[in-house]
Each structure stands twice: as C-alpha cells, then as structure tokens.
Design a protein around this ligand. Sequence first.
Ligand code: BYC
Length: 471
Amino acid sequence: MTIPDYAEKIPNNVGLREDRRLQRALESWQPNFLSWWESMGPTLPTQDVYLRTAIDVRGEGWAQFGHVPMIDYRWGIFLADKNPDRRIAFGQHKGDPAWQQVPGEYRAELQRLIVIQGDTEPASVEQQRNLGATAPSLYDLRNLFQVNVEEGRHLWAMVYLLHAYFGREGREEAEELLHRNSGSADSPRILGAFNEETPDWLSFFMFTYFTDRDGKYQLGTLKESAFDPLSRTCEFMLKEEAHHMMVGTTGVDRVVERTAEVMVENDSDDVAALGVIPLPVIQKYLNFHYSVSLDLFGGETSTNVANYYTAGLKGRWLEERRKDDHQLRDDSIMVDALVDGDITQTEVAALTGLNTDLRREYIADCSGGVNRWNRILEDAGLPQRLYLPHQAFNRKVGAFAGIEASPTGQKLSTAEWETRKGEWLPTDTDKTFVRSLMQPVHERGKIAAWVAPPRNGINSQPFDYDYVHLV
Ligand code: BYC
C-alpha cells in the first residue's frame, strides 16, 4: 500500500517519486493540461469554489472540502488499494492472477479502451465550459465546477495509465487527448454524444443524468478488467462519479418539481409564459439525451466487445455476481435487431451481445429516474407522465442507425420523420425558449424561478452557503 504523497507537484498514491522518468514525463504533461484547462475549461472567472478534493482513497481522505481557486485544484493520481490476491474473474484467463503489466498481445486493444475513456473526460468539460455564466444558483455553480474538476482528474487517471504502461505511443495519445476538442470540425472527440452541445442547464442536468450514467456503467465494466491498474483506477473514479449522477438526478427532480408547482398553482399545462419549462419540452430533452447516450454502448452486436471480454479486458456489470461460467462460449442472448426491415429481436452468441447486456443494465437504471420524476408529478396531483423513448428512436449507432422510429418504436419513413421529429426532439424554438430562462442567479441564497431549490446543501452546508466567490 503506497502512502499518498500530497506534497508532490502531482499528488498521487502510485509512488511517483520512486519512478523519476514517469514523474518527469507527467510533470511535462502537466503544463499542457493546465493550459488546456485555461483555454477550454470553465469560462466564468471565480476567486474560489467550495470543492471536494481527493487526497487519499480511504476514510475521509477522498473528500476534503474547502474553498479553492480552481486553477490551484490538486488534480491527483489515485488508484484504489491493491488486492495482491486478485484474480481474473472472466474470459479465457479466468482464475489467473490479475495483470500488473500489459500483455503484449492485448496492448493495442487496452490502449484503445483507455483512450476512448480518457477522451470523454475533457470533452465533457469543454461541453460545459460556458454554463457558469447562466447558473441558476451558487449551489448549482459549485456543483458544475465540482463535476468539471473531477472530470479533469479522471483525464489524469487515464493519462497516468497511458504514460506508465504504454511507452511512447501512450505519451502521444496523452497529448492527443488535449488536442481533440468537443464539436471541432477537424479533430472532434471520439464518441458522438461528446460532440453535442450542452448550452443550457436543462441539458446539463440531462447530460449528468443520462451520459454520466453511461460513464458509471462503462467504468463498472473496466473495473472488472484483468489489467489491475485500470481496474483500480476505475474503482476510485466510480466513487467520485456518484456525485455527478446526484447532480443529474436531483437537477431533473428540481426542474420537474418547479414546473409541477406552477402547473398546479395556475391550473394550466401551458406554463412557458410563466417562466418554467413545460413538461413536453422536458420530455424532448430527455428523449435527446437518452437516445444519444444509448449510442454510447456501441452496436447491439459487436465482435470488439466479444474480443474484449474473452481477452479479459472489459467485463460485465457486476461480473462476479453473475451466476454463469463467466466465459459464455456456448451461451446466447436475444438482442434488439432489424430483421427484414422490422424492429424486433434476434438470438446471437452471448459474447457478441455484450453491448446489449450492458445497455439493458443501463436502461433499467434510467427507468429509476423516470419513476422518481413521475412520483413528483403524481404527488402534485398531475396526470402527465414522463417516459423513456423506444431503443430504436433517434439512434445513430447500432442496429437502428439506418432507420427512423417514433418514441413508441413505430418505424417511420424519412419524410414522416422529418415532419414529426420536432414533436419529439428539441426544436430551435424550444432551445431558444430554454436559453431565454437561463438568466444567472449568482446571489447567495437565491435561485432562478424555473428550478426548485435543492433539499440538501453540500457537505451539510445550507443552500445559502457561500459556495462560490466570484471575481
Ligand atoms: N460514437 O463494435 P462497435 C464517461 C465506434 S462515458 C462514435 O459496435 P464497440 C463520461 C466504435 O469505436 C464512458 N463512434 O462498438 C460520461 C467502433 O470503431 P472501431 C466512456 C462509435 O467497440 C460523462 C465502431 O464504431 N467510456 O465516462 O463494441 C462525462 C463499431 O462499434 C460510437 C467508454 O466508452 C459512438 N457512440 O463499443 C464524462 C469505455 N460507438 O473500433 C465521462 C471504452 C461505437 O471499429 N469504450 N463507435 O474504429 C468502449 O468500451 C467501446 O469502445 C464502446 C464501443 C462501448 C464505446
């Protein structure tokens, strides 16, 4: 067990001081990271922010709270404690000791998975960079910045792996992670959802609910990896990820709650003119963020994922709780498919269906959010309900990428889709309306009129705490 070294330039619990070459390499990446943060990170100038900083992975150490100037945030490298007896839980190497080094034959695939994971982290910071200017409260502003600095730390986590285990190619990939940019025409981020805009706070709450939740599930599968340093990194990242999802879950809760309140007070569904977001617009934002996040799981069938699993690089969600042989050579699974042009299911080898397996776990989790938002509507005495659209709706990756479908899973002609898509996805008018509500409230204890205040503050502080000191 390595004692965390917080006095170092790069706080870490990986014994960086004992590996001078690696330390120097990472110290030379650090100024590039900081200049990326300055040019692509949050644009709202602040003096300091009430942030949680990880200084250890155990006890209280992973969550130290205090007012910190954001540029002085200590982005560190922290891996969960090593279990020296850990064994590979699945695939063809099942039962072997977990790997402390990268096996030559899996180097390219592992590097690819780490690069894809690493690419999403700075992408989300870029997507969210202008949101500070329209924050509905200092509490929300602080949460945005917390999410941003931790995504920065998660980038550090992947860059550490690239530098420590993948030689010159790894160092080059680490540079590329700072060169690609969300939405860039020349060098976009790798996965679709990370090139979309997050221009308003409803999008931010939907993103942290749906897209960060993909992060939870992908990290959950990488935590099972036979490559132990990746597993331990992801284990610790997941701990921080929980806060990001809390921001999304309670963010959407609070939007729905406020809309419901105004609907009841005015006995009307037509609440846009009253300064809150109508339920049909919330549904359209939900449809968009859910469908682009479904794409993040890759194709319904994939030989990539079969190979990852067999090699031991990427497992299943809660692999060790599954009651099967953890090799799946003879098993099959029903996956969603387009057969003779019809939206249906088909049976495939379990290994090639593993993206579907993970997507299903994710979908079940997402229903939990919809149920809680519907409870808010029910408790307000309203008959309206939110729902998750069909898996074939608005898909750009996988079995349904080539067709158009309604939120109820009806196949549509292109012409029909073009005519009707504005009923289901945010239109320019919807987006302009939502943006018009995004007037900043940067005054302590105050909140914008389109969202309810949170039930709890951060780290037992009240809602009206001075979470952020602006310049
Ligand atoms: N956009 O075989 P297929 C997070 C590519 S989020 C564009 O079906 P596979 C976070 C695919 O790369 C979690 N391209 O897919 C959240 C492949 O290309 P190649 C991020 C896509 O490989 C919020 C080809 O299409 N982590 O942490 O089975 C804030 C055929 O694909 C997309 C990971 O994703 C797409 N959506 O699975 C901050 C984990 N989907 O290889 C952070 C690492 C697929 O033929 N990544 N393609 O050139 C993976 O496990 C897998 O690469 C994927 C795709 C699940 C993404």
